[in-house]
Design a protein around this ligand. Sequence first.
Ligand code: SIN
Ligand code: FE2
Length: 216
Amino acid sequence: MTDLFAAIRDTQPPRENLGEGAVLLRDCVGTDEQALLADLRIIVKAAPFRHLVTPGGHTMSVAMTNCGRVGWVSDARGYRYDPVDPDSGKIWPSMPPSLRNLAARAASEGGYTDFAPDACLINRYKPGAKLSLHQDKDELDLGAPIVSVSLGLPATFLFGGLTRNAAQKRYRLTHGDVVVWGGPSRLAYHGVAPLPEGEHPVMGAQRINLTFRKTR
Ligand code: SIN
Ligand code: FE2
């Protein structure tokens, strides 16, 4: 299985432009992986995954948690960045250097130097989970990019334009891939198609996505 994933990866170009200011970097996690996964386990223990409810009353199929100064939350009142985890009443786990450094390195490879995220949303997709087309627009600082790290099962990432109706392209994201979007693409609509069944050799039957944001 590992060989199959490796063989697929080897046929892909190391970087692909998704649009102006947006790039897909293949296999970008590299040697940081062990530290990253160990730190993720600690974060998830302190702030377990939960299924948030949208302001419209819909329970999301993706389970979420956060680390960093603030975390992204949704409830009947709306979407917001909150320094407190509403489930525990405590502040979110801090963003460890393994995550922060990976985000900064990927941003820099994507053309954005000095990326200093203060929030990392951690998404967990089990087979069938999806994320509808949306814009990341709850951040006050739209000058900084979004850095999105994929781990585990492959997913189809939809990346469109600045309007909901603009055509979307589909990209297969695999373990270790990073997408960076900023500048003219910062408010591009994007989403994730329902995750197919599967078993990843490192992560099991799930996909984990980390999105790093600078919220202010
Ligand atoms: C997101 O849009 O927040 C997550 C995207 C992804 O899971 O690839
Ligand atoms: Fe998003």
